[in-house]
Design a protein around this ligand. Structure first.
Ligand code: TXA
Ligand code: MG
Length: 353
């Protein structure tokens, strides 16, 4: 087991000596977990294939699942990617730093292990001060998937990173909870119109306003698993975001959903299972079996995004056998939340009407 150094760091004014230490580890080919505005990332020098290989090993990540490259200045995009279209600049100006990842044609300086063997590269500029300071000081683009073991919910606090990766990586920078709570939106801009491969922190509505036209990959919306052949983003085909318990997602009109969740909860409790219910503020008082946790108000879907992964992990600690989750509206950040819920459920979705 590796000795993992855990450093508490100020999220607004990161201490230069702590950034210096972590950046040195990246430069020397080591692994550093750091906060972004979405979730914690596990960073390595994106241009050092040996370092990037360590990310896959630490996370037990399949080698065909490419890693997002994080930059602190837009100029880096022109070294890492080829044929950067004019509208990409427009997107960068609008949304960076922030939770938007752009998929572009990769340049030859990018090791193929970073892109999971693809000839495209996913790039983003995070808006967290610690992330930006770390990338700047490392003086190299930083490859960083979410800092969880493959398949587990993404980490929104340093404690989650410690649970999954302690002893497997060199440094963890702990700046407290992340702000958004779901990962960035992955947008493929090698196609016309651009296509959302993974809904995330930048909403469909915001992108549409800037781009005019934007499509959503069917797998990102789909209520059932997509055939591997059609998975444009390798991440689509891997099981994801899953708590240890089995998850059932109930979708439909609000009151019908509540009745269905109640019915399922009773059934499973009667069968001797420990039941968790993932509810909302508007509904949590209507359940009387199981451990009930609320994602927050249905009128504030940002709170659902922020709480989702943390609640998955809490249910694991409660050792529930099954989680019955209410579907929420698909607008704004709700789309990203529903995408994660459907995948966590392994597409085990019950329609309530
Ligand atoms: O918010 C985030 O994006 C976080 C923080 C740390 O920045 N990172 C993150 O990385 O969520 P990861 O590796 O957990 O998810 C990256 C997703 C995967 O679904 C992967 O398949 C997709 O992006 N991806 C990466 N490169 C791609 C490419 N060249 N083409 C298509 N999809 C790509
Ligand atoms: Mg991930």
């Amino acid at each position: 087991m590796k000795k993992t150094i855990i450093l508490k760091i100020d999220s607004e004014n990161p201490e230069p000596e702590k950034i210096g230490l972590a950046a040195g580890v990246i430069r020397q080919g080591g692994l550093v977990a750091f906060p972004t505005e979405t979730v914690y990332g596990l960073g390595a020098d994106a241009l050092n294939s040996k370092a990037v290989r360590k990310i896959y090993a630490a996370k037990k990540r399949p080698l065909d699942n490419p890693i997002i490259v994080h930059v602190a200045k837009k100029e880096d995009v022109y070294r890492l990617a080829e044929d950067v279209p004019k509208f990409a600049e427009n997107l960068m100006n609008h949304f960076w730093p922030g939770p938007l990842t752009l998929v572009l044609k990769a340049s030859s300086i990018v090791p193929r292990v970073t892109t999971g063997g693809l000839d495209t590269i996913a790039i983003r500029m995070p808006s967290h001060k610690v992330a930006l300071a770390l990338i700047r000081e490392a003086r190299t683009p930083v490859a960083a998937p979410s800092a969880n073991l493959a398949g587990r919910p993404s980490p929104t606090i340093a404690e989650h990173v410690i649970q999954d990766l302690y002893g497997r990586i060199d440094v963890i920078l702990d700046a407290g909870p992340t702000n958004i709570g779901v990962e960035s939106t992955v947008l493929d801009i090698t196609r016309d119109p651009p296509q959302i491969l993974r809904p995330g922190g930048t909403t469909y509505e915001e992108l549409k306003e800037v781009l005019g036209k934007v499509s959503i990959h069917p797998a990102a919306l789909a209520k059932s698993e997509i055939h591997v052949k059609y998975a444009r983003s390798p991440g689509m085909k891997h099981k994801h975001y899953a708590p240890k318990a089995k998850v059932i997602l109930v979708e439909g009109e609000f009151n019908a959903v509540i009745n269905k969740v109640r019915e399922l909860a009773e059934q499973h409790a009667k069968a001797g299972e420990k039941v968790g219910i993932l509810a909302t503020d508007e509904s949590s008082s209507r359940y009387n079996v199981g451990i009930v946790k609320s994602l927050g108000s249905r009128r504030n879907l940002a709170s659902a995004a922020k709480n989702l992964f943390k609640l998955f992990r809490e249910f694991d600690e409660d050792k529930v056998d099954i989680i019955i989750a209410e579907g929420i509206p698909q607008e704004g950040l709700g789309l990203a939340v529903m995408n994660r819920l459907r995948r966590a459920a392994g597409y085990n979705i019950v329609k309530a009407d």
